[in-house]
Write a protein that binds this ligand. Structure first.
Ligand SMILES: [Zn+2]
Length: 190
């Protein structure tokens, strides 16, 4: 069982400091079968603990435990045919202790842990990540330019009735003070 993978791209507005963010899903949790499993293989820059095939993809697994941290995901360049999962063994001893009580064999307990435990697994690299991120960035770019053009469309108004002045989009041409728009006029920004 592999965990899902969600991420986010965001843009901080250089004028207002507001953050526009888009969440995207790289993968939903899925059940896979790992074939042709081999221990200790190098993939890209990383020597991983297990490697196997899932369909046309390579899936690599890296074990971590207290004292052994994972490679940083920004140091991994594995491309779009290979995924890398971090599997934390921090909870493994508790899992084994529980298995002993149930008189489950060590290898069966290990297998069950590798197969079923989702919370201990985390994607370090997903083959679809880059493509999904690019899609989200395109969507974000569209929203950023929509915000920019809305801002450019802002107009200065001054009310002919009460003299109140304000800046806003063309749709806000009504004076907020005297509620009149009959006398408000627009000065297009230059
Ligand atoms: Zn007014």
């Amino acid at each position: 069982m592999l965990p899902g993978f969600k991420s986010q791209v965001c843009h901080i507005d250089e004028i207002t400091g507001e953050t526009l963010a888009i969440d995207f899903t790289v993968a939903a949790p899925t059940e896979v079968t790992l074939l042709n499993v081999e221990p200790e293989k190098r993939v890209g820059e990383v020597v991983v603990d297990l490697i196997g095939r899932v369909g046309d993809y390579t899936l690599a697994i890296y074990f971590t435990h207290p004292g052994r941290t994972s490679p940083l995901s920004n140091q991994i360049t594995l491309g779009d045919r290979c995924g890398l999962i971090k599997l934390s063994l921090d909870n493994f001893y508790a899992h084994i202790a529980g298995a002993k009580k149930q008189e489950e064999s060590y290898s069966a307990a290990l297998r069950r842990f590798l197969e079923k435990d989702v919370l201990s697994k985390m994607w370090l690299h997903h083959p679809r990540y880059l493509r999904k991120k690019q899609q989200a960035e395109m969507e974000l770019g569209k929203r950023v330019s929509a915000v920019r053009s809305e801002r450019l469309a802002e107009t200065s108004f001054s009310c002919g009735e009460c003299g109140h002045t304000w800046v806003g989009p063309a749709s806000k041409s009504k004076c907020s003070r005297c509620n009149s728009h009959l006398y408000s006029f627009r000065n297009e920004k230059t």
